[in-house]
Ligand binder design. Structure first.
Ligand SMILES: [Zn+2]
Length: 156
């Protein structure tokens, strides 16, 4: 996949820490022929960088963090939420690392899918009262697949 400028710094092939998903990771010698790594962020060593370890971070936690982020919570709020709700003391950099890593993955996955849209599109109009002014929101939806083609907002 071609990458535009500004996305270069995100390299998913880079080794990421299995504990905090940071890519601030250096090689740390070999043990019995297996490459070991050291994470400069959480100061932990690990041998197998793929996989989120089950006991450390569940997929569910990562999904929750991403949901909170896209609902508008700040990274600090997300961490506070984990601590207050679940007594889960995730590292300060974890939410950022998850968002960065998994958003990139999601964008790449979505880019592989070409919408197989039909020729009939439905314009769906919603009027929202915003401080006493009506704002029209238009969703252009493919009639067959309900694929959202283009959300538009118009002010009269
Ligand atoms: Zn780490």
């Amino acid at each position: 996949m071609s990458q535009g400028p500004g996305t270069r710094d995100i390299d998913l092939d880079a080794i990421v820490c299995k504990y905090c998903q940071s890519d601030n990771v250096i090689k740390y010698g070999k043990l019995k022929g297996v490459q070991r790594y050291f994470c400069k962020d959480c100061k932990r060593k690990f041998a197998n960088p793929d996989a989120i370890p089950k006991m450390q971070t569940s997929i569910r936690d990562v999904a929750d963090a991403l949901n909170m982020y896209y609902e508008g919570m700040s990274l600090a709020e997300i961490r506070r939420n984990f601590i207050q709700q679940d007594n889960n003391y995730i590292t300060p950099t974890s939410p950022y690392n998850w968002v960065r890593r998994f958003t990139r993955l999601a964008v790449d996955e979505a880019a592989k899918c070409k919408p197989a849209v039909d020729s009939i599109w439905v314009a769906d109009e919603t009027v929202i009262d915003l401080d006493g002014k009506n704002v029209w929101l238009w969703d252009l939806i493919d009639s067959k697949t309900r694929f959202l083609l283009r959300p538009l907002a118009c002010r009269p």
